[in-house]
Every structure is written in structure tokens, then in C-alpha cells.
Design a protein around this ligand. Structure first.
Ligand code: P6P
Length: 320
């Protein structure tokens, strides 16, 4: 049987592509590799472990019930990132403010530690989404300036999907590669080299419960997808919908609605990382008018409408 390349081997082999000092990428990704395995273990037994299932009883800045696994994942990622010394601050969906580490790290991370966590109790795939940026501020501590960089400034981005199998998918700007966790050896192995998303697709992902709240142009686009006999696939878990569309072709839309005039999804740790990945795989991502990666952030938790997936489908949605 051909040797299966591990994530560690792959990173070593490709580290010359990483703009900054050799070895830094490996250390940066190590926290996500390790945390991904540990979150995977808890996700897989959530149905059994009384202490990890269900709401934590607290709310995050989004006013959303924090699921215990949300908090577990957030605390774990923060602990691992703090300890490995490369990252000096984190902006997380689960924390109102920037989390600072006093370690002189040259990078900052934005992350949604467990997106779609309301699906945990019903056994639907969920995911971790992350972006890595180089610090731009020069003082002792990171500042908002470090987090108000456009998506084009990302040095790496990725997600972990906890599904029928657990995968880590990431880019450093040299294509997209997917690694599947082999639980028998606790190692992520290269399973999807150089991922490319089809320019066209036959899948549209949108919560049609909001249909009559969408802009008429969006309603026309959705109607047109139906007239073309496309398949409607909406899991209600962004990473799961994104991953399927990345592999098969398709478009995911979370447009603005009257209830959410800026849409629901977050720019810094949902739209930007996935936009970086999809463009590296040949796809596209906009907020309905502007390329996601060109948006200039102004707040940590700002929302943006999101149209993301197959290039021709996103362009079609813009012309609707
Ligand atoms: P709605 C989960 O809460 C999430 O952030 C994404 O994972 C998912 O795609 C979306 O919201 C679902 O939102 O409003 O359709 O239930």
C-alpha cells in the first residue's frame, strides 16, 4: 500500500512555501491539529458524556446559548495557542474581547471554535474555523489593529469538520489540502491533495425559511436554481455545507434579512477564512457586492452577508 503522507510530513515538505521563518507554520498548525483530535474525541462521545452535552447555561456575545462543547473547545484552543508561543492574541466567537497571551508571538488568530454547535445534540456535523494573521502592531500587546486587517492579509486559514470522519482542511496561499484523521493512529493523513472546487454546481444551500425576507434579487436567484432543477441542501452547519459544496460544487448563501440586515455570519472567523480557502480552490466569495477578502473590518464580531462557492454560481447570484 502506498505510504500515506501525514500532516506533519506534508507541512515539513511544504514549509518553504510559508513566507515567514521555517518551522513557524508547523508550530502554528500544531495547536489546531492537537485540539482537533481532542475536540473530535469529545464530539464523538457527546451523546454519552453527561457532563459535556447540552447548554452550558451561559451566553456568548452573540446572545447564543453556549453549549458545553463550545466552551470546552474554546478553552482548549486558547490554552494550546497560548502555550505554543507563536500566537500573541486570539479573537474568538466565544469571547467578547481579544484574548491576550503575554508571549511575544508574531501572529494573531481569529476562530470560531465550534461552529454549528446547536447541532451537537442532534448528531449533525459541526466544525472549527480559523484564520492566522501576522501581527502589524509593534507594542508589547496585540491591538485591534492586528484584527482589523482585510482577509487578503491572512497567512493561513482552515477548518476542522467533525463529521462521519474528521478532516482538517487548510491553505497558506498555495492551494488547499485536506487531511483525514485516522483514529486508529491518531494522525491526520493527506486524503484530499490540492482540492479544487468545480466552477459550476447543482447544489444551493440557503435557509428558505427566510425566503420572503430576502432581497427580491436573491429570491429570483433561488427561484432560478429551482427552475434549473438544482438540489437544495442545507444542513444548518456552515462548515458541513461549505465542505460538501467545496467538494461537489455548489453555492452557500446567507443573505441579509430584515432581522439580520448584515446577515448572520461573522466576517473575521467565518467568512474570511472560508473565502480564502474557496478562492485558493478556484471558487469565489462575496457579500453580495464586494469580494469578502477585500472588506475592511471595523469590529471584532461584525457580520456580513455571505455568498460562497462555485465561481460561476457566485457570479450568477451577483447578477440576479
Ligand atoms: P440559520 C450555525 O449557527 C450557523 O452559524 C452556521 O453554521 C449555519 O450555516 C447558520 O448559522 C444557520 O443559521 O439561521 O439558517 O439557522
Amino acid at each position: 500500500m502506498a505510504h500515506v503522507k501525514t500532516l506533519a510530513e506534508f507541512i515539513t515538505e511544504r514549509q518553504h512555501e510559508f513566507t515567514y521563518a521555517t518551522g513557524e507554520l508547523s508550530q502554528l498548525l500544531t495547536s489546531f491539529r492537537l485540539a482537533g483530535k481532542m475536540v473530535n474525541r469529545e464530539v464523538n462521545k457527546a451523546g454519552l458524556a453527561e457532563d459535556i452535552l447540552g447548554a452550558q447555561g451561559s451566553e456568548n456575545i452573540q446572545g447564543e446559548q453556549q453549549q458545553k462543547l463550545d466552551v470546552y473547545a474554546n478553552d482548549l484552543f486558547i490554552r494550546l495557542l497560548r502555550s505554543q508561543g507563536m500566537v500573541c492574541a486570539v479573537a474568538s466567537e466565544e469571547n467578547d474581547d481579544i484574548v491576550h497571551f503575554d508571549n511575544g508571538g508574531k501572529y494573531v488568530v481569529t476562530m470560531d471554535p465550534l461552529d454549528g454547535s446547536s447541532n451537537i445534540d442532534v448528531n449533525v456535523s459541526i466544525g472549527t474555523i480559523f484564520s492566522i494573521y501576522r501581527r502589524v502592531s509593534t507594542g508589547d500587546k496585540a491591538t485591534m489593529e492586528d484584527f482589523m486587517q482585510p482577509g487578503t492579509a491572512q497567512v493561513a486559514a482552515g477548518y476542522i469538520i467533525y463529521g462521519s470522519s474528521t478532516m482538517l482542511v487548510y491553505t497558506t496561499g498555495h492551494g488547499v489540502n485536506g487531511f483525514t484523521l485516522d483514529p486508529s493512529i491518531g494522525t491526520f493523513c493527506l486524503s484530499h491533495p490540492d482540492m479544487k472546487t468545480p466552477a459550476d454546481g447543482k447544489i444551493f444551500s440557503v435557509n428558505e425559511g427566510n425566503l420572503y425576507d430576502f432581497d427580491p434579487a436573491v429570491q429570483r436567484y433561488i427561484d432560478d436554481c429551482k427552475k434549473q432543477k438544482m438540489s437544495a441542501r442545507y444542513i444548518g452547519s456552515l462548515v458541513a455545507d461549505f465542505h460538501r459544496n467545496l467538494m461537489k460544487g455548489g453555492i452557500y448563501l446567507y443573505p441579509a434579512t430584515s432581522k439580520s440586515p448584515q446577515g448572520k455570519l461573522r466576517l473575521l472567523y467565518e467568512a474570511n477564512p472560508l473565502a480564502y480557502l474557496v478562492e485558493q480552490a478556484g471558487g469565489a466569495a462575496t457579500n453580495g457586492t464586494t469580494r469578502i477578502l477585500d472588506l475592511m473590518p471595523t469590529e471584532l464580531h461584525q457580520r456580513c452577508p455571505l455568498y460562497i462557492g462555485s465561481k460561476n454560481m457566485v457570479e450568477g447570484a451577483m447578477k440576479a
